[in-house]
Write a protein that binds this ligand. Structure first.
Ligand SMILES: [Zn+2]
Length: 244
């Protein structure tokens, strides 16, 4: 799970909402309790609920039987989420069902293009260099869907910081495989990544920071990166530029 705490502002938004959509698969961590309470009064819907079972990944070992919650990094999973939102809104507000259908259709077309774009771009990186190293294990779905190996420093949760053992293990892996770039994440502290880079440098292997990826975050509202499509494209372009 992740450390999502609802702020006062968030609580107010939840209070005012007619319907609440959330990711699910335990991504919301402790906020789950709040959502459950609200669900007694209003529709509260997990957008991951209709993702095909064989499109879900297992979580990291410490997560037991839970799935990896970062489903949105396979664009096809997010298409399923769009369909779920369309169907739920149409059921709750049948008068506007045609509108929801048309809007979903045009957005799904954009997502299909995004899925193709991502696959083509990642395939343009030579295979030996196709390794994505990041701070926390958010990109497993991305790796599976777009055929790039993924290594994270601190597992799938952002609740605890990476320990010195994690740092040593990742450093050795990077030195051994001569990996040239490692990516930082906007939502994860940078300290441990810097420790890995320093450790490798002491062994004579220079690693550069390939750029900042959005993992559990998006860009500023009102910018391109502040949209789902812009966020995915930012990640893809950053990865390709650093690894190609
Ligand atoms: Zn995460």
């Amino acid at each position: 799970p992740h450390l999502y705490k609802a702020s006062q502002g968030d609580m107010r938004k939840l209070d005012l909402a007619d319907v609440i959509f959330y990711n699910g698969l335990h991504l919301e961590g402790k906020m789950q309790d709040i959502l459950e309470k609200i669900s007694k009064q209003r529709p509260v819907i997990s957008v991951s609920k209709n993702v095909a079972q064989d499109h879900l990944r297992a979580g990291s070992p410490e997560m037991g039987s839970e799935h990896d919650p970062h489903i949105w990094f396979n664009v096809q999973n997010w298409m399923s989420a769009v369909e779920t939102v369309r169907d739920e809104l149409s059921a709750l507000d049948a008068v506007h069902a045609e509108e929801y259908k048309a809007n979903a259709e045009s957005y799904l077309t954009e997502l299909r293009e995004l899925d193709d774009y991502t696959r083509e771009q990642i395939a343009s990186i030579p295979e030996a260099q196709r390794v994505l190293v990041t701070a926390h294990d958010a990109f497993g779905y991305f790796g599976d869907a777009y055929h790039i190996q993924v290594r994270g420093l601190q597992g799938m949760s952002t609740e605890s910081e990476a320990g010195s053992q994690d740092v040593t293990k990742l450093r050795d892996y990077l030195v051994e495989h001569k990996i040239k770039a490692i990516f930082v994440e906007s939502s994860v502290p940078r300290k441990a990544i810097d420790a890995v880079i320093q450790g490798a440098a002491q062994q004579g292997h220079i690693i550069k920071v390939g750029g900042e990826l959005y993992s559990d975050a998006m860009g500023e509202e009102g910018t391109e990166d502040g949209t789902y499509i812009g966020m995915v494209k930012h990640n893809v372009n950053t990865i390709v530029k650093a690894l190609k």
